[in-house]
Structures are given as C-alpha cells and as structure tokens.
Design a protein around this ligand. Sequence first.
Ligand SMILES: *Cc1c(COP(=O)(O)O)cnc(C)c1O
Length: 484
Amino acid sequence: MSPSDPPLPLEPYRIKAVEMLHRPSRDEREAALKRAGYNLFNLTSEEVYIDLLTDSGTSAMSDRQWAAMMTGDESYAGSRNFAEFERTVQELTGFPFVIPAHQGRAAEHLLLSSLARPGQKVPNNMHFDTTQAHVLRQGAQPINLAIQEAYDVRNEHPFKGNMDTPKLETLLQKEGSGVPLVMMTLTNNTGGGQPASLSNLREVSRICRAHKVPFYLDMCRWAENAYFIHEREPGMGERSLREIGRACFDLADGATMSAKKDGLVNIGGFIATRDAQLVPRLKETLITFEGFPTYGGLARRDLSAMAIGLLEATELDYMAHRVGQVRYLASLLEQDGIPFVRPPGGHGLYLDAHAFLPHLKGSELPGQALVVEIYREGAVRTCEVGGVMFGGAPSTPDAPPALELVRLAIPRRVYTASHLSYVADTVRRVWKRREAVRGMTIVEAPERLRHFLAKFGPAMERGGAKGAGPHAAPHPSDRSPSPM
Ligand SMILES: *Cc1c(COP(=O)(O)O)cnc(C)c1O
C-alpha cells in the first residue's frame, strides 16, 4: 500500500467455506466467446474467473442462514418458517399482507397482472428490465420519469434515483384513471444503482395520494437505498437503516421484492401490501403460477434464510463494507480517468460505454463491445445495460438520450479486495487499447428481454479499421500458473 492507494474496504466477516476458481487461458476465453455467440449470458461459470454479471442471487449466505436452512418445516401449508418470514417482513416494512414468490419478477407478475390494463401507463423512476417486460405484457406502457440528472453520467447529484415529481404530477393530471399505479425502484438499478431520497419519496407519495393512485416500491435494494439516505440526507445520520427503511415503506401502499438482492439469498422474493382488497387477486395468481401462499414457489427452509438475510442486510457494518467495495473499485479506475456513472452506486460500478469507446456509434453496440473485451482481457464477466437490454422496447415520448452502460455488479460477501484489484487491472488494460476495439452487431434476437438470448458478431470492418482487431496483449499472469 502506498499513501495514494484508496482505503481498503475492510470485511466485517471471515471466510468459512471456499469455492475453488479456475482462470481460463486466452485460448479458452476466445473459444468460449465464439461458442457463446458473444453473449456473456451464454458462458458457463467455468469459463469465468470473476463473475460480475449480476449481484442477483449470487450472495454468500451467512452461517446463521445456513443453520436456518436445516430447520425447514416442509409442510405444504402453515409452515412455521412462513410464520417467521411473514413476521420479519411485517416488522421491517409495516405492510400487513406478505406473499412469498420465487423471485422478484414473480412478484412483479402478481402485482402488474392484477393492476395494469391494456393502454394504461405505468410510471417509474426507471423501469428495470423485468418490470418493463411485465408492464408491456399487460399491454400497458412503461414511462420512465427519473430526474434529468439521472441521464447525465458525470453529474454528482446525491439522489439520481429521484422521480421528477412535476412530470409525475402532470402525467397524473392528464391521464387520470389511465395510471393504475406508480412505482419507484430503490435503488435505481438501470440508472447506475442510484438512490432516491426520503424527501422525494414523500413528495411522490403525496402526489399519488392526491390522485388516489396506489404507490408501490420495487424494494430490491431498499437497504442500500437506506444507507445512502443515512449518509447523505440531512438529519438521517443518527437513524438506523431499519428505521430509514421503515420511513420509506410508510409512504407506500406496498412493495415487490427480489430477495436475491438485499435479502442475501440465492432464490426468493415476495410482494407485500396494505391493500386488503388486492390480496385475494394476488393469491389467486400466486396459486396458479407459484404455489400455496405459505410457500410461494420456495422450499420452506428458503423462507427462513430470507428472513435472516433481510435483517443482516440492514446491519451498518455489512453495508459500509458493501458500498465501500464499489467505491474501492471506482477509485482504482478513477486513477486512469476511466469513465463511469457518478457517484458510484450501491451494488456496482457502471462504466460509461459511450465515453469509453467514443469511436463506436450506438448501432455498433459499444456496451456489448466493452462487455466482450473485458471478458476477453481477463475472464471477468460483466453486463451490458444499454442499447441491447433496452433497445428492443418502445421508448417513452421525449425520452432523454439513452444510457449505454456496462455494469460491474458486486455479489454480496463473495469477492475480496484482491479480486477487485484484478478487475480494475483488467478494465485498465482494455482502456489502454480502447481505440482498437471494434463494434458488435446482433445476429439473432427474440422480441422481448433480448439481452438474455441474443447472439452477436463483430460489426463489419470499416474503412481504415481493417486488421485493427481486438488484439489483447497477454495478461502478465497468463505466462505463469495462476497466482490466485
Ligand atoms: C433483480 C431485479 C428485479 C427482478 O428480480 P428477479 O429476482 O431477478 O426476478 C426487479 N427489479 C429490480 C430493480 C431488480 O434489480
């Protein structure tokens, strides 16, 4: 460590079980890319050294969670694990009705199929991909109403996940009953893991109540959001993450949750609400698609792991380390001037692919090109959040310029600071040869959620760029047996 090195994020845990990793060779990486159709969702995990594709369901569970997994009461109905889970969610959120589901999108399915109708509009600060797909599936239109600063990657606004409340007010005045619900995503994943402030949530809640429109939170990363409020919102520094979380929930009518995020489990989710009249409709869909209301598509032991994970995610030491890891990675990349969404978000760092590869047009899919190069360079898997993920959907009228991002999502309690420093080194090496990086093109794609299934190929060579292929120099550790 030299004095200029960024502070290490200190782990508030020690490692009790390990999983061995393989770092594929250059030839293996090249072959894997071809086989996968240049879509990193098609890679096998053996082909990946550091997996930053997502922070969803990739957490390491604690010893307490594993211990609870051994106490599953696997009764079909009325399991005691459900009672424990229900009580925990009720206490954390204040919502009286709690319905488990196998993951977040299942909760979205329950909510949106019950509330949204064809031709209606569903506002959100920014729709996550699966939320957007469920709105579209009902024949409704997703409307993104994040504040303007959210679209400016360099803007340091502390709450870029905020909703543009004047725009929301105008929409509700104009559409009346054409808006079945308003949603807010905490944190705004699509916009860089950016938080919304308590005061913004308060204003959105006030507007929704005035127009008698239900207000639902996508609470996937509610504990991270609470941490940013704790750090950045005046008067909040003395309040615990649980208190802040509760203050947010008090403003809403209900929430959908993917417990694969701030529930610290590998699978699980739920929907919670105050609306007693909605519950029978939710349960009917639940039983058709997920299972009985005391298990919702999960093993009962999963419910206990989820209950413990939800509480662990609100511990301040845990969260300071988690957000600290993202900031550590950010400060390593900052030393080379590598462009990323500012300020760094809660669950990952989002590279600005337009600024990283300015010689590529949007149609040459700079985000996808960068994802491929980072894998090619160091077997680090990341995720495009840009033209490929969102380009297939109808856009919001007068939408601001699209973001073209590459997300380096940090799984919870999984990687060490040396892993992160390897990732930074890999990205830096791509940065040094960025001018030679070529664009990508879509070879085949389904209609919806195409990023999961599409196949890609290198874009046609342009005049002058001939032969300027992505010739990565060998990584120093390619020459010797892997030191890690
Ligand atoms: C992950 C996620 C979802 C969907 O949850 P799954 O568990 O993946 O189905 C919804 N919204 C946001 C913001 C998410 O990050």
